[in-house]
Design a protein around this ligand. Structure first.
Ligand code: SF4
Length: 347
């Protein structure tokens, strides 16, 4: 295949995506990253959108085989933040000049429909923040209630587009359901984010190409690809971690395929490579998600070990992230960073 031709094509086939993900020569990989950087600039400019995360509960009723928060991981200390603590942390995020809060937790039904609605509504009353929910699969009537309460976006990664792998990783959940949830969320007006983990056991390059294509099919507004990191006391504790290079190639290929989407340079990538954020931002990413979970909770959200910045004070960690973004010549966005899709209303 001709790399130059592929990099400039409007639409890429599955075979061409696989070809890009399989590149090995430095020159070819740099050409891929350079083209993805151009496409990122064309569709989202040089601004980097910050999304402030609050990991408000590490309880989870699911048992995903790769995840440190899985129900059967009895080695971690569980916590729940109160609604007031969550709302106060959101105000801190807003005061820091950030325009999106991501409310994230395991699947924890302790926070029922009304409690989540109250938190969303209170944040909307007190700040100008866009609210993203990242709280797993919930009931359809709950998604609707939270939309009415003011939620703007929903982050629900599919993790793998291979049905058999999905079942092996999640055992109580089905890919079919996850896709239905994502479709429903989009249908009722959420800006939707999905994506996958790079380097999971059994995963092939073909699977990753399919993950990108599933994001296209679902017409997601944000696509997130982070490396798998093995977690102690989980069934995959001895599996090797995902590769930085393959994660970067995935980000770049996703930018070429999906174009007008947000793509984060994830904290997981930054946790396994000291320049992970910068590298991600230089090959197609345009979003960074600083963690504002306060002490003593932040060090307990052990979705994977060695999370960067976890021991630091959230405000100092955030300042460092901003400095690193500016040091590579990128600007911090002063807008909410809503969907880049032209025909979707920014609600
Ligand atoms: S990936 Fe999400 S749903 Fe699965 S165990 Fe971890 S926190 Fe729970």
């Amino acid at each position: 295949m001709d790399l130059g031709l592929i990099l400039n094509k409007e639409e890429l086939t599955r075979e061409e995506i696989i070809f890009l993900l399989s590149l090995t020569g430095n020159e070819e990989i740099n050409a891929l990253f350079g083209r993805a950087d151009e496409v990122r600039r064309q569709f989202s400019g040089d601004e980097v959108h910050l999304r402030g995360i609050i990991d408000f509960s590490n309880f989870c009723e699911q048992n995903c085989i790769y995840c440190g928060l899985r129900e059967e991981n009895f080695s971690i200390t569980r916590y729940r933040m109160t609604p007031e603590e969550i709302i106060e942390t959101a105000k801190i995020i807003s005061n820091e000049g950030i325009y999106t809060v991501v409310l994230q937790s395991g699947e924890d039904s302790f926070y029922d429909t009304d409690m989540i609605s109250y938190i969303i509504y209170s944040i909307k009353q007190n700040t100008n923040l866009a609210v993203t929910l990242s709280i797993g699969e919930r009931r359809f009537d709950e998604y609707k209630a939270w939309k009415i309460a003011g939620a703007d976006r929903y982050l629900l990664k599919h993790e793998t587009s291979d049905e058999k792998h999905y079942f092996a990783y999640h055992n109580r959940q089905r890919l079919y359901d996850r896709i239905n949830h994502l479709r429903y969320l989009k249908q009722i007006g959420y800006q939707v984010a999905s994506g996958s983990l790079i380097g999971l056991p059994m995963q092939s390059i073909e699977n990753i190409a399919d993950d990108i294509l599933l994001c296209k099919e679902l017409d997601v507004d944000m696509a997130a690809f982070g490396p798998f990191i093995p977690v102690p006391f989980t069934p995959y504790k001895s599996h090797k971690q995902g590769s930085v290079e393959l994660t970067l190639k995935t980000i770049a290929a996703a930018r070429l395929v999906l174009k007008d989407v947000h793509i984060p340079a994830t904290t997981a990538l930054d946790s396994i490579d000291k320049e992970g954020r910068e590298k991600g931002l230089k090959c197609g990413a345009n979003v960074v998600m600083p963690d504002f979970t306060p002490h003593p909770y932040r060090e307990k959200y052990i979705i994977y070990p060695g999370k960067r910045g976890i021991a630091e004070d959230p405000l100092s960690a955030h300042k460092m992230i901003k400095r690193r973004i500016e040091a590579i010549g990128r600007k911090i966005s002063a807008s909410r960073g809503d969907t880049l899709k032209k025909n979707t209303p920014s609600i």
